[in-house]
Design a protein around this ligand. Structure first.
Ligand code: SAH
Ligand code: SF4
Length: 372
C-alpha cells in the first residue's frame, strides 16, 4: 500500500480515468465508480456491487473513501437549518451547514480547519488557523449533505419531531418533491482563497455535469479579500459567484475589523474587484456585517455607495451574529432598512439583508467554530 492512499473524493473524473488507465483497468469501471460516488452517493466500496472484485481489491489497497463521520448534528428550532460537526481522518473537526430557505437546499461548506485571517467578529477567526482542507475533504462535505437529503423521509421525520417547527418549514420539508442539493456556498470555516488550489479542484469536482452537477451559478465563494486570489480567479475565469467581505469603506475602519486588510489594502482590493468584473463580466456580491454604532449609519451607506460607484455590485447586509470573542451588537430597528434605502435611492445599488437562520444553534455566518 502506498504511504498515503489516494482520496477518491479528491479526484476529478478525468483524474479517476487516468488512474484506472495507469492500473490497466477499463474506463468503464472508472465511470461506474464515479457514478457510485456522485450519483448513488455510496459511502463504501462494499456498496458497489457492479465493480468486479479485482477492481474493488485494487481500490481497497491503494485508495481511501472517506465519508466524514458525524460527531454531532444539531437542528435549529425553526427546522430550516441543520449543522453538522464532521470528523476528519486526522481527528480534526469542521462544521458544515445544511440550509433550507429561499426555496432551495444549500450546503455551506468549510475550506480550512480554523482561519488565519483573524476577523474580530468571527468565531472561526477567533479559534485561529490549524490547516487547509484537502479537495476531498471539501467535496465530502457536499456529498454528506446530498446524502442527508437523499432520503426524503429524513426531512419529513425531522419536521415531525421538531416541536417548534414553523408551518413554512414543515411545508418545505414535505416529501412532495425530491430535495436535491442545489447550491454550495464556500462560506463555512476558513478563507477559501487562502487554500486556492484545493478549493478549485473541489469546485471542478462539484460542478461535473455527470456528478453533483453544481454548475452555472450554483457555487458561491466568499473571500475576505485575498487580492492575488481574486486576480487569479479573474484570469482563470472560474465559473463562480464571487462574494467579497467588505464591512467598511475606509482602510482604517476596515483594518480594525479585518486584519487581513493590512496586507491587502482597500484600494488594491477594489482595483482587483474591478479587474475581476471587467474580465469576467460578473457582478460581485459585497458582504457587509452590520454592527450597531460601528458601520450601520447612513454615512456608512454613502461611503460604500461612493466606493462601489461604477462597479457591477450587489450588497449583502448581514446583521452581526453573536460570537464569544466579540462584544459588538447587531443593528437594531430600522437601521438596516434605512441603510438599504440610501444604497437604492442615492446610488441605485441593489442590496439584500441576509436572512438570520440557525442562530440558535450557532450555524449563522461567522459562528462556525470547533472547541479546541
Ligand atoms: N472567509 C470568508 C468566508 C467565510 S465567512 C469570508 O470572510 O468572506 C462568511 C461571511 O460571514 C463573511 O462575509 C464574514 O465576514 C461573515 N461573518 C463573519 N463573522 C460574522 C458574524 N459574527 N456575524 C455576521 N457575519 C459574519
Ligand atoms: Fe476567516 Fe472569513 Fe472568519 Fe474572517 S470572516 S476570520 S476570513 S472565516
Amino acid at each position: 500500500m502506498p504511504a498515503t492512499p489516494t482520496d477518491l473524493y479528491s479526484l476529478t473524473r478525468e483524474e479517476l480515468r487516468l488512474l484506472f488507465a495507469r492500473w490497466g483497468l477499463s474506463p468503464v469501471h472508472a465511470a461506474r465508480l464515479w457514478n457510485y460516488l456522485y450519483l448513488e452517493l455510496a459511502d463504501s466500496l462494499d456498496t458497489m456491487p457492479e465493480l468486479p472484485a479485482k477492481v474493488r481489491d485494487r481500490l481497497a489497497a491503494e485508495t481511501r473513501l472517506t465519508p466524514l463521520p458525524i460527531a454531532l448534528a444539531t437542528d435549529s428550532a425553526d427546522g430550516f437549518t441543520r449543522k453538522f460537526l464532521l470528523s476528519l481522518p486526522d481527528g480534526e473537526r469542521i462544521e458544515t451547514v445544511l440550509m433550507r430557505f429561499t426555496g432551495r437546499v444549500t450546503a455551506c461548506v468549510s475550506s480550512q480547519v480554523g482561519c488565519a485571517m483573524g476577523c474580530v467578529f468571527c468565531a472561526t477567526g477567533q479559534m485561529g488557523y490549524t490547516r487547509h482542507l484537502t479537495p476531498g475533504e471539501i467535496v465530502a462535505q457536499a456529498v454528506h449533505v446530498a446524502r442527508q437529503l437523499r432520503t426524503v423521509g429524513q426531512l419529513a421525520e425531522l419536521a415531525s419531531r421538531t416541536p417548534a417547527i414553523t408551518e413554512a418549514a414543515r411545508s418545505a420539508t414535505r416529501p412532495t418533491t425530491q430535495p436535491r442539493l442545489r447550491n454550495v456556498v464556500l462560506m463555512g470555516m476558513g478563507e477559501p482563497l487562502h487554500n486556492y488550489d484545493a478549493v478549485m479542484t473541489a469546485v471542478d469536482i462539484l460542478r461535473d455535469p455527470n456528478g453533483l452537477a453544481l454548475g452555472a451559478g450554483r457555487i458561491t465563494l466568499s473571500t475576505v479579500g485575498v487580492v492575488p486570489g481574486i486576480l487569479r480567479l479573474a484570469a482563470e475565469k472560474r465559473p463562480l459567484h464571487l462574494a467579497v467581505s467588505l464591512h467598511a469603506a475606509t482602510q482604517a475602519e476596515r483594518a480594525a475589523l479585518v486584519p487581513a486588510a493590512k496586507k491587502w489594502p482597500l484600494d488594491e482590493l477594489i482595483a482587483a474587484c474591478r479587474t475581476y468584473s471587467e474580465q469576467t463580466g460578473r457582478r460581485i456580491f459585497y458582504e457587509w456585517t452590520l454592527i450597531e454604532g460601528k458601520n450601520d449609519s447612513p454615512t456608512h451607506a454613502r461611503a460604500i455607495g461612493e466606493l462601489l460607484r461604477g462597479l457591477p455590485a450587489q450588497v449583502n447586509l448581514i446583521p452581526l451574529n453573536p460570537t464569544a470573542g466579540y462584544g459588538g451588537v447587531p443593528t437594531r430597528g430600522e437601521a438596516a432598512k434605512i441603510f438599504q434605502r440610501v444604497l437604492r435611492d442615492e446610488f441605485a445599488l441593489p442590496s439584500t439583508v441576509r436572512q438570520r437562520r440557525g442562530i440558535d444553534i450557532a450555524a449563522g455566518c461567522g459562528q462556525l467554530a470547533v472547541a479546541g
